[in-house]
Design a binder for this molecule. Structure first.
Ligand code: NAP
Length: 281
């Protein structure tokens, strides 16, 4: 068996072209969606992600503004900038690119974003709403994963889902979203014993570990759906968390890296920004 590839690039292109039409209609009504991104420091991967987000915004007709700060910027200065953007009526979405430099408390800073502009869905408020099943903005990577699964018409209800990783940006929110769709969810992490016992039992595996080729063929049940969130830099190449070349012969569906979850994350950010702008109608 060779798994069906869940093509995030193709699906995101379709979503983006649909969003472009919707942004055009909104702009004619006098609202040009605007997304402001705060980038602190010189992390190379972050710079690439941010330039992707700005480029995609502009492709759609969303105004993308970058606010760049040096590595050693104080928390007070960044919070001042966020407050200014909160107060600016022309700004619909605000995103703080993570990770932040070590001296900055990420959650403290992200929590300064006004909830109605939290298009990345990472404030404590947004996560709280997600937890109670009443999300306004779902965080973009997990939202993109769900969209990929739904696009294939894969049933989530009643399935055993194993999420490897418990970060606030991927592991926890995707677990909540799967739970909301009536999966039986197991969350694994670095202290989990006998990880393979969990993954071998899973109908759906979400690998969000941050280690190249971490999920091996022997850890996967035949016919499982395997979603690879990992983006690991392996020299010049990007590698996922899944040993793709082997696992693809065991899984029924699999996401590639690159071209799986990554492009969906950006598309979902655009969708959330449009939603924030439409709320101004
Ligand atoms: P993270 O905050 O570093 O979290 C990694 C998680 O993996 C932690 O919960 C950690 O457990 C767990 N882990 C580490 N070693 C493990 C092991 N041996 N066994 C089981 N679990 C283990 O990472 P993240 O921000 O969630 O990102 C994960 C990956 O996804 C990274 O490669 C990142 O670049 C990528 N990513 C991609 C996108 C995208 O758009 N495609 C978006 C976000 C992230 P502990 O909690 O116990 O430490």
């Amino acid at each position: 068996m060779t798994a069906r590839i869940m093509d995030g690039r193709r699906l995101s292109t379709r979503i983006i072209s649909d969003l472009k039409k919707k942004v055009g209609i909104l702009s004619k009504k006098g609202i040009v969606p605007r997304l402001d991104i705060i980038l602190v420091g010189e992390d190379n991967a972050s710079k690439i992600y941010v330039s992707n987000k700005i480029r995609t915004s502009e492709q759609i007709g969303i105004k993308g503004e970058l606010h760049k700060f040096p590595e050693k910027t104080s928390k007070e200065k960044i919070i001042r900038e966020i407050k200014k953007l909160n107060a600016n009526e022309k700004v619909h979405g605000i995103l703080v690119q993570l990770p932040l430099p070590q001296h900055l408390d990420e959650q403290e800073i992200v929590d300064k974003i006004e909830p109605s502009k939290d298009v990345d869905g990472l404030t404590t408020y947004s996560i709280g709403r997600l937890t109670t099943g009443n999300a306004n903005f779902e965080s973009c990577t997990p939202k993109g994963i769900i969209r990929l699964i739904e696009n294939e018409k894969i049933k989530i209800e009643g399935r055993n889902a194993v999420v490897i990783g418990r970060s606030n940006i991927v592991g926890k929110p995707i677990s909540l979203m799967l739970l909301r769709r009536n999966a039986t969810v197991t969350i694994c992490h670095s202290k989990t014993k006998q990880l393979q016992e969990h993954t071998k039992n899973a109908d759906i595996i979400i690998a969000a570990v941050g280690r190249a080729n971490f999920l091996k063929e022997a850890m996967v049940k035949k016919g499982a759906i395997v979603i690879d969130v990992g983006m690991n830099r392996d020299g010049g190449k990007i590698a996922g968390d899944v040993d793709f070349d082997k696992v693809k012969f065991k899984a029924s569906y699999i996401t590639p890296v690159p071209g799986g979850v990554g492009p969906m994350t950006v598309a979902m950010l655009m969708e959330n920004t449009l939603k924030a702008a439409r709320a101004k109608l």
